[in-house]
Write a protein that binds this ligand. Structure first.
Ligand code: ZN
Length: 194
């Protein structure tokens, strides 16, 4: 039986949509990046699994944090080749964060509830801190990520306020003085999971 996932399509799908004939997406599909290391809140290793890649240009790059049918903590990656490498890396770390913070093993809050939105903000924050501190990402690459995120959220139909608040959360997290481990530790402590 599949465990609950933290990022079901489409509410908070991180999408990198390749539109046929859209100059913003022109060019060859991207290579799929190597996944990051990821350990969940129980100390289990998280596996990354590449899933379908659509061939008709309708691919939405997205990730899903879940336990697979054998119970192995997993991130399922879909259509990554339609997203720039910076955005692929962001999706990987966002989904990993759902494992790091224990979201995957906790009851899933109602779609778009304050608790759900909080979990998404936390995962975005951990993801951008990891890219900053572990991969050396600066403002330019953060811009690539927020641009891809904003474009794809708009494509899915999110209102502008949802997009701008999510982007500003990411930009604010990028400026935090503490690192990702400290942030994860604080979340686990708050949740009584440490
Ligand atoms: Zn998420």
């Amino acid at each position: 039986m599949l465990a609950k996932s933290s990022c079901l399509i489409p509410a908070f799908m991180l999408a990198g949509l390749l539109m046929e004939g859209n100059p913003a997406h022109a060019g060859a599909p991207h290579d799929i990046v190597a996944p990051p290391t990821c350990t969940n809140s129980k100390g289990e290793a998280v596996q990354f699994v590449d899933r379908e890649n659509s061939t008709d240009g309708s691919g939405l790059a997205s990730g899903m944090a879940i336990r697979d049918s054998s119970g192995i903590p997993s991130v399922f990656r879909s259509n990554y080749r339609f997203a720039p490498p910076e955005f692929q890396r962001f999706i990987d770390r966002h989904e990993c964060a759902h494992h790091q913070t224990g979201d995957v093993d906790l009851p899933h809050p109602p779609r778009n509830s304050p608790e759900h939105l909080m979990n998404e903000s936390i995962s975005d924050c951990i993801a951008i801190l990891r890219l900053r501190d572990e991969e050396g990402y600066g403002k330019q690459k953060v811009g690539v990520i927020t641009e891809a995120l904003g474009r794809d959220m708009a494509q899915i139909g999110f209102p502008e306020i949802s997009i701008s608040s999510r982007v500003s959360n990411i930009e604010n997290c990028f400026l935090k003085s503490g690192g990702p481990e400290e942030y994860v530790r604080d979340v686990l402590e708050f949740r009584g999971l440490n």
